[in-house]
Design a protein around this ligand. Sequence first.
Ligand code: GAL
Length: 340
Amino acid sequence: MKYVILISFLWLLAASCGRHVNAAKTGTVSVADTGQFTPGKIWNDDKAEIINAHGGGILFANNKYYWFGEKRGRSASEGVNVYSSTDLYHWKFEALALSPNYTDTTSDIAAGCVMERPKVIYNSSTHKYVMWFHLELKGKGYSAARAGVAVSDNITGPYIFLHSFRPNGNMSRDMTLFKDEDGNAYHIYSSRENYDLRIVKLTPDYLSATTEDKMLFSNHREAPALFAYNKKYYLITSGCTGWAPNKASVHEAESVWGPWTELAYNPMEGADANITFGAQSTFVLPVAGKNDRFIFIADKWNPRNLKDSRYIWLPVRFRNMQPVVQWMDEWNLSFYNTNN
Ligand code: GAL
């Protein structure tokens, strides 16, 4: 018994030292240390490394959340990382889900290409995980404006790159995927030099675009994040100012095809609401097991060191059935027990 107590004591001591080492290494207490979301602060993974998953999206599968996002160096695009979590606070690094191609210089994803805003959905007919992302070809800046598609039998990959294209000939930059309750899935994308926001329905295997393709609105918007609540669809977007933050807007519709109506208020509230708290939308996550509870996810870009861009996670509230995101320095999921 004495030994059990001694070993437990030593284990606790080691664990708490580990936490302090993490905090000392980063100079900032991260979410994993506090069990709270601390928007804009450093957020480390299970190995005490900065979570490197920008412009990301999250898929809930097999009772876990999987966070896919851009792996960035200071500016380099290094593929798509995936992390997993059971509680949304603690994230385990799983893998480089999709790697640039380092051997074939003729590949669309040859090293030096840019992969942004990856999103993954599961196809229950083919039993495959399908990733779409914004692809820019090596050495061509942002002029290629293509959608890329990759597929895997396993959620954490490795994902096999299939093809890249402009859906129905339309430029495709910032994007997201949305899988509706009926199993239909859509690619929502900024087109025509980002002036138009478009939607295209995916083929039943989700691997290609159909010709059902429509312009939603032409307001010069990007960074789309689409979610469904109470029989309505909501679409949060940003303006087009590159890495610099700007004011978000929210549109509402009864069908993904529209008509989409812009709601006449800023969905962000609190300090810096006019610049989306210094960040740019990427995804709205439905919280599993909590009906109609959502987390707004945005990137606080750091163009001098993209890897160290921070994450803003905040709860979505509904006021008169309209979504609002209020700034909070810190919060946790018990927020939803007392607020809507
Ligand atoms: C933003 C876009 C980001 C990235 C950046 C490059 O407008 O949302 O995903 O492409 O431009 O400047």
